[in-house]
Each structure stands twice: as C-alpha cells, then as structure tokens.
Design a protein around this ligand. Sequence first.
Ligand code: NAG
Ligand code: NAG
Length: 166
Amino acid sequence: MAGRRMAACAVLVAVVACAALPATTTANKISVNWAPNTNYSGWEKQHAPFYKGDWLVFYYTAGQADVIQVDETGYNKCDATNAISNYSKGRTYAFELNETKTYYFICSYGYCFGGMRLAIKTEKLPPPSSPSSGKDKSAAAAAFASSHAALFYAAATVLAALLRMV
Ligand SMILES: *[C@@H]1O[C@H](CO)[C@@H](O)[C@H](O)[C@H]1NC(C)=O
Ligand SMILES: *[C@@H]1O[C@H](CO)[C@@H](O)[C@H](O)[C@H]1NC(C)=O
C-alpha cells in the first residue's frame, strides 16, 4: 500500500509545483509608435512596468526613423557613435528586453534632440504571491485564486480518493 501513498504524494507535489508557477507566463509586447517630432519623455512612466522578457515593438515610417540602442551617455547626448545595436530596415522592429537593466534607444536622424529617445527600465517578474505593484495586488491575487482554486479542489478530491484506497 506504500505505493499508493507515494502516488498520492506525487500528485500533490505536482499540483503544488504547478500552482507555484507565475499566473502569466506569456511575454508582453509593447508597441512604440516611433515618430519624428515626438517627445517620449513621459512614455516610459505611462507604459511601466516593463519586465525582463517583454518585447518592445517599434512602428515607424520607412526611411523616416531608425532605432539605435545606445548606452546612457549616448542617450543623454543623442549620440549614436557607440551604438550597441542599429536597426533601420522595414517599418517595424521587435526588440526583446532580455535583461534586468535600463535600455536606451534613440533615433539618429536628428529627432532625438526633440525628444525621440527612450529609456526603459526592466524588472524581474514579481512572484505571484507578492506582486510588487500595490495597485495590481488584489487583481493579481484574485486571478491567481480563481485560476488555481479549481485545480486545488480537483487535486484534493483525487488525493482523498487515493488515501481511502491505502
Ligand atoms: C547603422 O548601420 C548602417 C549600416 O550598417 C550604417 O550605414 C549606419 O551609419 C549605422 N547608423 C548608426 C547610427 O550607427
Ligand atoms: C520633453 O518633455 C519634457 C517633459 O515635459 C521636457 O522637460 C523636455 O524639455 C521636452 N524635451 C524637448 C526636447 O522638448
């Protein structure tokens, strides 16, 4: 009968491990309407938070803009000389924010001086049990509870049935 007890434990472990996964595992895609004569100084705050693994998708008019990733100095000076990456083909550019740090983007066509530059700070995904953002706390908790309550109930039923057989 030890085998059944083991099986019951395995089910419980699997369910608990599953429930511990973040409620949202799909990366966000954040669109940037990347246009000349636009001041992006408030953009980051409006669209925050950004998480490691999110994507920025730049939309621009072909030939009117490029997307140059620079360091903080390049951002402050609108200087693309030491570009980290450089993209100007087509009309869209998807960039993965795959590290927890501040990313800097400018347009090198002269519009940077008018505000066409972005500094994006990424953070780690918060654990679902303690979201770092207060305003999302109850919503996240409710979503987590509702998506996992059924799972817990099912697991408890299976577990009870298995233990009865032991
Ligand atoms: C980006 O790359 C293209 C082609 O490699 C080059 O002509 C252009 O000068 C580069 N722009 C910047 C800002 O580095
Ligand atoms: C962009 O907007 C910010 C905040 O309103 C302002 O401080 C800054 O001077 C503006 N930049 C330009 C180039 O107009």
